[in-house]
Design a protein around this ligand. Structure first.
Ligand code: SF4
Length: 279
């Protein structure tokens, strides 16, 4: 091996990655705890090149956040506010379409739409948003509505998740963003976003989306009040293994089912924890 790991606990994992053997949950914990970022990256690149060769793809996307008003109050969230908050905003569909024109839709390859769980928007708003963008920018992929939003939309539509997704897909939905995969450990999730759908429900929404032909991402913020192991939030968690064994494509690093496009963690800003001014 040309590469020398700084952290020798990664070496057994390297053997598995090289052999194309599936990593265990415990391996995930080891990776998570390791300070050897180059070592982890080296192994990730082995898998990446195995899957994609020497190619790298870029998405030129624009984020659309229709509203920051949200019925929930997740403790780490610096985005969602209540309607009477001075920074609360709501964008009409026309405003969003006009913003999208300014983004020069021809250059943009994807619109990425996420927002707060608005207390009053009807389901049709979300459909009309997709339809309106698709009409104006038929070639631009639309990745929209996290699992948390989709579960909320299914309640607005009074339909099961699957039917809701089929309707949204017909309206132009192309794939699902990964938001809401904050720590899945129940103890921590209850503390940081106790009113949100559970980790299990989040996985179910994504699984249903995959079965409906929609690919998805997994994104977790880690806001700093958890310990080793529970920062392995993604579908490397055991439930997805159990439910979908036939659909597993060993990629070595956790995200394995045919419906996943990618997963990553992002840090939460400690100063945004426990914001009291927006509830
Ligand atoms: S993270 Fe929580 S509070 Fe923030 S927008 Fe999403 S659901 Fe609302």
């Amino acid at each position: 091996m040309l590469f020398e790991f700084e952290d020798s606990t990664l070496e057994p994992i390297y053997e598995k990655v090289n052999a194309g053997t599936r990593l265990s949950y415990e391996d995930g914990v080891t990776l998570w705890q390791s300070h050897d970022l180059l070592g982890v990256g080296f192994m990730a690149n082995i898998v990446r090149e195995r899957l994609n060769g020497d190619k790298t793809y870029f998405i030129h996307n624009r984020h659309i956040n229709p509203t920051n008003i949200c019925v929930l109050s997740c403790q780490f969230c610096a985005f969602g506010v209540k309607a009477d908050h001075p920074q609360a905003y709501e964008k009409s569909l026309e405003e969003i379409f006009s913003d999208a024109e300014k983004y020069n839709g021809g250059e943009v390859s994807e619109f990425h739409i996420v927002g707060g769980l608005h207390p009053d928007y009807p389901f049709e708003y979300y459909l009309d948003l997709l339809r309106g963008l698709k009409e104006r920018f038929p070639l631009v992929h639309i990745q929209a509505y996290t699992a948390v939003e989709l579960e909320y939309l299914s309640r607005l539509a009074n339909l099961p998740i699957k039917e809701t997704l089929v309707i949204l897909k017909d309206a132009g939905l192309g794939s699902i963003p990964g938001g809401g995969a904050e720590v899945f450990a129940k103890r921590v999730r209850r503390k940081i976003c106790g009113d949100k759908i559970t980790g299990e429900e989040w996985l179910q929404v994504h699984e249903i989306a995959h079965l409906a032909g929609l690919k998805s991402n997994a994104v977790g913020s880690y806001p700093g009040i958890y310990s080793s192991g529970i920062g392995i939030p993604f579908p490397s968690g055991k439930s997805s293994y159990k439910r979908n064994p036939g659909n597993v494509k060993g990629c070595g690093f956790g995200l394995h089912s045919w419906g996943w496009r990618g997963g990553f963690c992002k840090t939460g800003a400690p100063k945004n924890l426990r914001r009291q001014d927006n509830r």
